[in-house]
Design a protein around this ligand. Structure first.
Ligand SMILES: Nc1nc2c(ncn2[C@@H]2O[C@H](COP(=O)(O)OP(=O)(O)OP(=O)(O)O)[C@@H](O)[C@H]2O)c(=O)[nH]1
Ligand SMILES: [Mg+2]
Length: 862
């Protein structure tokens, strides 16, 4: 039996749930046909869904097609619940995209289509509500082609013309068609899988017409994927039912057994907490009911109980995980609580919701002592209030909600950040210029390595990437800019890791003060469908809202207006539409891009933001004279430097390239200034670190992470190097064994990293062997990039991190982030100390080479 996961996707009200219901009924999975309008649908089971007649939570149903066991995932179409729908994308084998015939492909349809393409999910289209007045099939097909791009064919009627249409999609199909005069199912299946053709079916879910043809198509033109033998699963949703925490996952490798111990270890990113928990029970849900099962195989979707730490998007076992959320909330609301409730206590409880829906971004606003949440709109507010009431017994309402603004620049400007209080030094020069819409923040360097050592440059770029830069108009996040590093200086004696953080942030703010800033606001892409005689009124409204639109399309009595309008203006417009069209009109909205704010002056005035008073983001610089640091205002920084270019600190010898040896010295100096004196053997920083931990009273509170740059160590240790000359595989194996032994004694959280950047098509792979983790980086990622990433995340989590490498490039980055670096040579001593017998082996390896390795392997096995 093949196992498939098929998702139902569409904009709101297109008929996904009705079509799901029809599929279940027609395939015999349910005996009675439910109806959303009567509140008795098999899938719209939640009270709120019955009340509102819309789907709010994604749900699953099981059905059988000839030779296939299918998990159907019905999703919500209301744009307020886009995230809930998007969460299922990464576990789909196929999707049925439902289009309502009268509306055709809406902006929301197009967004979903693009997301499905991104996830490489093959699509079947069902054009629904053909029982209502609508354009011809031909016009509808053409509309799809125009809106979505791609090859669509009406699969509802099998004919020679259809065969020809399909054959035209690929050369292989064309050949087969001409050779045999017809296309085999296998050939079509392949074309569908490769998304060369998208089958289109027409019908009415409500009237059960066209549904049989869709069932036939799903049975014939889909196939099960191949899965790995080893266990893997992808979490896509967390929910609670009757107090039980349910982790919904698709099994993507091997099988899952009840009571199996699960961990996120191999696929977790360094920022994740590693957990290990037992899968208490496995449930296969269908509608509101579930069947407990003992095991589930790859290709099935189950809900697992007993897990408390899972997150949507997480990968378990061999699954790398993926979080495919694209539609981010553009509105922010404050939660209003009853007066007798302590807001912070409430926050701590409510914050639990964010683990299920991270995009809500539930935050504690210290300044106003209130809870803030990011939401898509009013419907979601209402639903959230209900959930909070049900789950926590708290009555909350929401404030009016405000748009989340951003800022960018209209021209290029240069900025300087100088940070030199006594015994500190960092100097950064850069430019900020406009970037493409939606590009975020791009970083570049335009400094030669002779001017500033590469390691410093990377440290500065790292600082620039970490910082959440704020604009100077309202303090909103900066976006769509390119920042280019144009110069920088460090001081041999005084620069500490954190100094560049301060200097680079100052430089950006400094540039922004000189640039012309632009306030951006989110826009909706809208489709307004309404009776043709009300076009005039609608166009007036849209103009008033500062929206733009293309010529209205009229088809009989209905007209469609498409365009863009500011979220701030259009968020409540659906209410007026419903009122003046007496329920006959509909307004479809999807959050589109950020554009210049239509009422910027007003918003800026209301924000009353003073960039010079924002001390965490100051544009000013600090210089040092006569042994004391003092502030130079942002507009005087450049001239101050010009006047005082003879100051001793400004004459840094950075023009000459720094040799690795100098750099090592330099690093050591910075290291000592940052972490205290490092004498003799204590370059093995463990002792010092333990001392530090003990002093602060939480020794052994968190495990230490030890990141080992595999190939770097191999080539730094003579013993392994000689093995590597003969066989790199053997050297790698030898190091792995040494690390396992070492870790057996030292008990750290050891991560051994090997680059696989020359392995074409290689994806990141993590193995757990003998209690250590081995990471093979993905194609074209070198080990230090991975390590840099890992260090950043781990240190952000305040983990103790040590990195073993002899690569000078990595050193600064690592220290800048507050991790401890262990030179490969020092690590060798540590390893030898930890395991004296290892020393003996090393010696023998060095002299006798590979033969010993085999001997050792044998000994190890016995
Ligand atoms: N006339 C007609 N109405 C339909 C058809 N299919 C669904 N409907 C109606 O359209 C409305 C929405 O149907 P649903 O199945 O809830 O649509 P949905 O896509 O699941 O909606 P959400 O889950 O809220 O996004 C209901 O009133 C259905 O009865 C159809 O083929 N013809
Ligand atoms: Mg629905």
């Amino acid at each position: 039996m093949e196992r498939l996961v098929i998702g139902m996707l569409a904009h709101v009200d297109a008929g996904k749930t009705t079509l799901s219901e029809a599929l279940l009924f027609k395939t015999g999975a349910v005996r009675r046909l439910g109806r959303v309008d009567h509140g008795d649908a098999f899938l719209d089971t939640h009270e709120l869904e019955k009340e509102r007649g819309i789907t709010i939570f994604s749900k699953q149903a099981q059905l059988t097609l000839p030779g296939k066991s299918v998990t159907l995932l019905d999703t919500p179409g209301h744009v307020d619940f886009s995230a809930e729908a998007e969460r299922v994308l990464s576990v789909l084998d196929y999707a049925v995209l439902v289009v309502s015939a009268a509306e055709g492909a809406t902006p929301h349809t197009r967004t979903l289509w693009q997301l499905l393409m991104k996830h490489r999910v093959p699509v079947f289209i069902f054009v629904n509500k053909l029982d209502l007045p609508c354009p011809s099939k031909k016009a509808l097909l053409e509309g799809l082609k125009k809106a979505l791009g791609g090859s669509f064919a009406d699969f509802g009627e099998e004919s020679a013309a259809l065969n020809e249409n399909i054959a035209a999609c690929s050369e292989r199909l064309m050949e087969e068609y001409f050779a045999k005069g017809a296309l085999s199912d296998a050939a079509v299946r392949e074309a569908v899988r490769l998304r060369q053709i998208t089958p289109v079916y027409f019908g009415s879910a409500l009237k059960l017409s066209g549904v049989d043809a869709l069932i036939d198509g799903l049975a014939r033109f889909t196939e099960m994927r191949e899965y790995a033998d080893r266990f893997g699963a992808r979490v896509f949703k967390i929910s609670r039912m009757d107090g039980a925490r349910l982790t919904f996952m698709k099994i993507t490798g091997g099988a899952l057994y009840a009571k199996q111990v699960l961990t996120n270890r191999s696929a977790c990113t360094p920022e994740d907490e590693v957990w290990e928990e037992k899968a208490d029970g496995i449930r296969v849900y269908s509608g509101a009911r579930f069947t407990p099962v003992k095991h589930a195989e790859a290709g099935s979707v189950v809900a697992v109980t007993g897990l408390t730490a899972t997150k949507p998007g997480e990968g378990l076992g061999v699954d790398p995980g993926e979080n495919g959320l694209y539609t981010r909330p553009v509105l922010e609301y404050s939660m209003l609580l009853p007066e007798d409730v302590n807001a912070f206590d409430a926050y701590r409880r409510i914050a639990e919701l964010a683990e299920e829906e991270p995009e809500l971004n539930i935050e504690w606003d210290e300044a106003h002592s209130e809870i803030r949440a990011r939401l898509m709109g009013e419907v979601q507010c209402e639903v959230l209030s209900r959930i909070i009431k049900e789950r926590f017994g708290l009555t909350v309402t929401f404030g009016p909600g405000s748009v989340i603004y951003r800022e960018t620049v209209a021209n290029k400007a240069a900025g300087i950040g100088h940070f030199e209080p006594l015994r500190h030094f960092a100097h950064v020069e850069l430019t900020v210029e406009p970037g493409a819409r939606g590009s975020g923040i791009e970083l570049e360097t335009d400094v030669g390595e002779n001017e500033l050592a590469r390691s410093w440059q990377r440290l500065i770029l790292g600082c620039l990437a970490d910082k959440k830069h704020r604009g100077v108009l309202t303090g909103a996040p900066l976006t769509d800019v390119k920042i280019t590093l144009t110069g920088g200086r460090a001081h041999l004696k005084h620069t500490e890791g954190g100094d560049f953080r301060k200097a680079s942030s100052r430089a950006v703010r400094n540039a922004l003060m000189f640039a012309q800033s632009v306030l951006l606001e989110p826009y909706y892409e809208f489709t307004l469908t309404l009776p043709a005689d009300q076009i005039g009124r609608a166009m007036n409204d849209i103009r008033r809202m500062e929206g733009e639109f293309s010529a209205p399309e009229t088809d009989g009595a209905l007209a469609v207006i498409r365009g863009f309008a500011p979220v701030s203006e259009m968020r409540d417009y659906y209410k007026s539409v419903a009122a003046y069209t007496r329920g006959r009109g509909s307004l479809r909205l999807v959050p589109g891009e950020y554009r210049p704010c239509h009422n910027a002056a007003e918003v800026i005035r209301a924000a009353a933001y003073d960039p010079e008073a924002d001390l965490r983001n100051t544009p000013d610089s600090v210089f040092c004279a006569a042994g004391a640091g003092f502030t130079v205002k942002w507009f005087e920084v450049a001239s101050y430097i010009k006047q005082h270019s003879a100051s001793p600190n400004a004459k840094m010898p950075t023009k000459k390239p720094v040799s690795p040896k100098d750099e090592e010295e330099e690093l050591r100096a910075i290291f000592e200034r940052t972490y205290g004196a490092v004498a003799g053997t204590s370059l093995l920083p463990r002792k010092k670190e333990t001392a530090r931990a003990e002093k602060s009273g939480h020794a052994a509170a968190k495990p230490e992470f030890l990141l080992v740059d595999g190939y770097n160590v191999i080539f730094a240790w003579d013993a392994l190097k000689s093995v590597a000359m003969e066989s790199i595989d053997s050297a790698r194996e030898a190091l792995i064994r040494m690390m396992i032994n070492f870790n057996g004694v030292r008990k750290t959280c050891l991560i051994l990293v090997f680059d696989a950047y020359k392995v074409t098509g290689g994806t990141e792979k993590v193995e757990e062997v003998g209690g250590i983790h081995i990471v093979y980086t993905r194609e074209s990622e070198i080990a230090d990039v991975f390590i840099e990433r890992a260090v950043q995340k781990l240190t952000d989590m305040e983990r103790n991190v040590r990195v073993v490498t002899s690569d000078a490039m990595e050193q600064l980055i690592i220290m800048g982030r507050g991790a401890l670096r262990v030179p490969a040579s020092a690590f060798q001593k540590e390893v030898e100390l930890a395991n004296d017998s290892l020393k003996e082996t090393m010696r023998r390896l060095e002299t006798e080479g590979r033969s010993v390795l085999h001997l050792w392997q044998k000994m190890d096995q016995s």
